[in-house]
Design a protein around this ligand. Structure first.
Ligand SMILES: Cc1cc2nc3c(=O)[nH]c(=O)nc-3n(C[C@H](O)[C@H](O)[C@H](O)COP(=O)(O)OP(=O)(O)OC[C@H]3O[C@@H](n4cnc5c(N)ncnc54)[C@H](O)[C@@H]3O)c2cc1C
Length: 413
């Protein structure tokens, strides 16, 4: 398909954004509320639903205008454009006041929709991937388990086939947004008699199925954005299997690579940014302090380097291709920057960050500081990203693997 000229396309995008959204307010003029600075929301269910509805209206408008899933091939329901188009859209969009997003929106549109588009049947693409891309349906990611986080392939949730159905038993944990999701992309063990990666299958599970129990987990930053999910005798039709039986590890790896790209690219504005820290330093009259200036310069350089790396990685990946291990670089830089942003704000404020005096933009930072470390874990921890970079980007020798035997022969199974 011929690609639209980038400059003409930029003009169209700008025009569409201008008719859809208000221009972004400068950081200096924003009142820093906890909701704006927090990395994870601390909202009531009703407030969370209102936030989701506002964002879903934008996602639908974006989808219907032809700006969703830009690099996904057209036969998979995307726009078939280049990574340069996607980077340009993100650049233009950043100039506007985009409704705040949540983990669940990002998981639905940028992870689950993409994987269902790539691995689903044409019917699954039409019914589910399209609905996820438009956020008509929301989907969470049912991967991690109490004994399977970094070592995800050790998962123990089982699915056994009964005629045209699968019966699922097990437990998932840290499932972001499960309480608001209509579906979950679940990994389950369907064959324990092969090596652990080979015996996994992916399913879309309706979250209102009998046997699904969702228990929110309260986080140290205040909110309860993720959950434990218990599955007891949950029946799922074979038509909701995504990919072939045993192809689940491939689905998981593609989904995780999309997740690293989504976390690393920073399209969803999570908590405070360099501009917010600069605005804070100005409001506290601290920009003349040489140590503060050094800290601000360091943050600025790291923000610029992250943006440049995101751009480089995006351009390097072919249009429509799955993100490669390079996505680990941007994920690592983004989680590091988020942590440093909170630390810089804490240094500027000292003890004031812990006491709610009602002063705008001070105590609000506490939710950023307590939430930021979560992104060093979500989507694969910093250490796992370093392993991936070492092994798959730098081609260093791999970690010793002692588990290349059938899953059922590993101790405890
Ligand atoms: C905010 C947030 C949202 C999340 N959302 C979801 C979600 O929606 N769906 C979902 O399925 N999961 C989700 N998770 C779970 C996340 O994927 C896991 O927390 C993560 O993969 C780490 O697994 P774990 O917590 O079991 O830690 P563990 O795997 O037990 O790791 C413990 C420590 O050991 C280190 N470690 C482990 N193995 C190695 C190794 N081989 N080399 C070096 N160091 C190692 C880790 O880096 C870590 O520091 C979320 C987590 C967070 C924090």
């Amino acid at each position: 398909m011929p690609q639209p000229n980038v400059n003409e396309w930029r003009g169209e995008v700008r025009q569409w954004l201008a008719t859809t959204l208000e221009p972004r307010r400068a950081a200096e003029t924003t009142a820093h509320t906890a909701a704006e600075l927090a990395v994870f929301h601390n909202l009531t269910d009703e407030e969370e639903r209102r936030l989701l509805d506002r964002r879903r209206a934008y996602e639908r408008a974006r989808h219907d205008a032809g700006y969703q899933a830009l690099t996904l091939p057209t036969e998979n329901g995307g726009q078939g454009l280049t990574a340069a188009h996607a980077a340009l859209f993100a650049q233009e969009e950043a100039e506007f006041d985009v409704p705040p997003s949540t983990e669940l929106i990002s998981v639905t549109v940028r992870l689950v929709a993409m994987s269902v588009s790539l691995f689903g049947t044409p019917e699954q693409r039409e019914t589910y991937a399209r609905a996820f891309l438009r956020t008509d349906l929301l989907a969470c990611q049912l991967f991690s388990e109490p004994g399977a986080g970094s070592d995800l392939a050790a998962l123990r949730t089982r699915a056994r086939r009964e005629g045209e159905e699968w019966v699922i038993d097990g437990q998932k944990v840290w499932t972001s947004g499960a309480q608001f999701a209509e579906y979950g992309l679940l990994l389950a063990r369907t064959d324990p008699n092969v090596v652990k990666q080979a015996g996994i299958t992916a399913f879309l599970v309706p979250m209102d199925s009998p046997g699904v129990e969702i228990r929110p987990i309260r986080q140290m930053s205040g909110g309860a954005s993720f959950n434990e999910v218990f599955l007891s005798g949950v029946r799922v039709p074979d038509g909701l299997r995504i990919g072939r039986p045993g192809q689940g590890w491939e689905v998981a790896n593609a989904t995780l690579a999309f997740e690293r790209t989504a976390s690393g690219s920073g399209n969803r504005r999570k908590g405070g940014t360099f501009d917010d820290v600069l605005a804070l330093a100005r409001s506290l009259n601290r920009t003349g302090d040489p140590l503060v200036r050094q800290r601000l310069a360091d943050l600025y350089v790291r923000s610029a380097l992250r943006a440049a790396t995101v751009d480089r990685v995006a351009r390097a990946s072919a249009a429509g291709g799955r993100p490669g291990p390079e996505a680990s670089l941007t994920k690592l830089m983004a989680s590091d920057l988020l942590t440093r942003t909170g630390q810089a704000a804490a240094e500027l404020m000292g003890a004031r960050i812990t006491a709610d005096t009602g002063e705008p933009g001070t105590f609000a930072w506490t939710e950023h500081l307590l939430g930021a470390p979560g992104y060093r874990l979500a989507g694969g921890t910093d250490q796992i990203q370093r392993n991936l970079i070492g092994e798959r980007v730098l081609k260093l020798p791999g970690e010793p693997r002692v588990d290349k035997v059938p899953f059922s022969e590993l101790s405890g199974n």
